[in-house]
Design a protein around this ligand. Structure first.
Ligand SMILES: *Cc1c(COP(=O)(O)O)cnc(C)c1O
Ligand SMILES: [Zn+2]
Length: 466
């Protein structure tokens, strides 16, 4: 099994820029410690002349790598030969117009699209990245793979491990920090599940140490191959729009892998002459996990030609530690205070003329209910994108005539606890789950009605409420 010799790993720091062979298993630059990109000798590779050329592969859907919604864009992530790809059919996801959500956000009813990544095999966008990381892991001969996770990365890793039966999955989760839908997946799929005391940020630090010590392959989004797979979410969005560029991509920000991957996708498409301009990018933090928002909007942190500002970031993290501040939001998938891809996200924001906003748990849950009522159930973190789009529309940053794509990162069934609590008319149940989060009301609650087991009573209730 061989990796493409026209692919290489490169440090994103312009001062360093060290390069490494794709065979190396790395999650940071051995020279300077910065993040790594996968880069390509594009001149020596066969790349379509225009994006619509990808349509000619639609007829090849019987080939696993053309069926996959990630690998049918193989020419744009060509680090491996098609026959060595590990795929379970990920990326069969749809971009759908959502009129109800458009009204809620405040844009023209035909202008709001939801990219529904909850349709992936493990129910979140993570599968787009996992297929790429897994492919690389297999090519390097790894037999064990690990991640720290708020839930969806572990569900995805566990699924790929058990379906391909080639890798032992080891997952690290913070105690009490994982939604039940996600934990059920890891357990059912047979992953070795290590619950450590602490939150995601703690688990992330530990899993890096453990992987280094034990030579285990790490599939968190510090893995540059994973982000190659996640570029495909943007390729599918463009494909669904028949290669037109929308005005906005709105995405929730946790570890900032998605936003980083989206930015890299557009940088490369532009470099290859396949698009003229990128869409604008909006990255949405939860208020209780708002490192990017604080640093970007209040402390002026920018990509700065690749320099970033590490002292500023370090000072911010030291202050968090001094205050014993922990990330805290109902949107557990983005409950992260130390986003590992921060610098790459700054690059994406720079290239895509981006903006960053934060939204409250109240705004997230109300937006989530609107998404659900329109038929595209998502988990809380995903709805941050819709809540963020609404906020940007209210501010006038997004215009009513703008075409807006919100990324729905994970499926509704991932976190039933939050949903059921939101719709409950039992104040105690509501408060148990949501009260401590500052959620005061469920603006779009659909209460269940309690009726005694009596035909007349039931019929009366239906006449009254239906
Ligand atoms: C992982 C995850 C996120 C956060 O994505 P990042 O790439 O880490 O910013 C958001 N939503 C869901 C459902 C996720 O699983
Ligand atoms: Zn470096």
């Amino acid at each position: 099994m061989t990796l493409n010799s026209n692919a290489f790993q490169r440090c994103i720091s312009p001062e360093c820029g060290a390069t490494f062979s794709p065979e190396n298993v790395l999650v940071s630059c051995p020279t300077c410690g910065d993040l790594l990109d996968i880069d390509y000798e594009w001149d020596r590779l066969k790349v379509p002349k225009q994006l619509s050329d990808f349509e000619s592969y639609w007829a090849d859907r019987y080939l696993p790598h053309r069926f996959s919604g990630v690998w049918r864009f193989h020419e744009l992530l060509p680090f491996v030969a098609p026959e060595d790809i590990v795929t379970i059919g990920e990326g069969q996801t749809l971009l759908q117009r959502a009129e109800r959500v458009a009204n809620y956000v405040g844009v023209a009813s035909k202008n709001l699209y939801l990219q529904y990544e909850g349709m992936n095999p493990s129910g979140s966008f993570k599968d787009n990245g996992m297929t790429a990381a897994f492919t690389h892991a297999r090519a390097t001969g790894a037999t064990q793979a690990a991640c720290a996770s708020t839930g969806n990365t572990s569900a995805s890793l566990a699924l790929y491990s058990c379906m391909t039966r080639k890798m032992r999955a080891i997952i690290f989760v913070g105690s009490g920090k994982i939604a039940y839908g996600k934990l059920s997946q890891a357990l059912d799929y047979g992953a070795l599940t290590v619950q450590i005391t602490g939150d995601f940020d703690d688990a992330m630090i530990r899993v890096r140490e453990v992987c280094r010590e034990l030579g285990i392959y790490l599939v968190n989004s510090v893995n540059p191959f994973r982000l190659e797979g996640q570029k495909s979410v943007m390729f599918r969005v463009l494909e669904a729009l028949r290669w037109e560029i929308p005005d906005w991509i709105v995405v929730p920000g946790g570890n900032l892998g998605n936003s980083s991957a989206f930015g890299k996708a557009f940088i490369e498409l532009h470099q290859l002459g396949l698009i003229e301009r990128p869409p604008r990018l909006a990255v949405i933090n939860a208020q209780g996990a708002n490192t990017l928002h604080e640093l970007y909007n209040h402390q002026g942190l920018r990509w700065n030609g690749g320099q970033g500002n590490q002292p500023l970031v370090q000072t911010y993290y030291s202050e968090l530690d001094a205050r014993h501040a922990k990330a805290e939001t109902i949107a557990s998938a983005i409950e992260i205070n130390r986003p590992v891809n921060l610098k790459k996200c700054l690059r994406a924001l720079d290239f895509c003329d981006g903006v960053v906003r934060q939204v409250s748990d109240q705004e997230i849950l109300d937006a989530k209910a609107q998404v659900g009522a329109g038929g595209y159930g998502c988990e809380p973190a995903s709805a941050a994108s819709v809540a963020g789009a609404k906020l940007l529309r209210e501010e006038g940053v997004i215009a009513p005539s703008d075409r807006v794509v919100c990324i729905l990162t994970g499926h509704l069934l991932k976190d039933p606890t939050a949903t059921v609590a939101y719709h409950s008319d039992d104040q105690k149940k509501f408060n148990e789950v949501l009260g401590s989060r500052g959620v005061k009301r469920a603006s779009f609650a659909n209460h269940a009605i309690a009726v005694s087991n009596d035909l007349d009573e039931i019929m009366r209730a239906i006449r009254l409420y239906a």
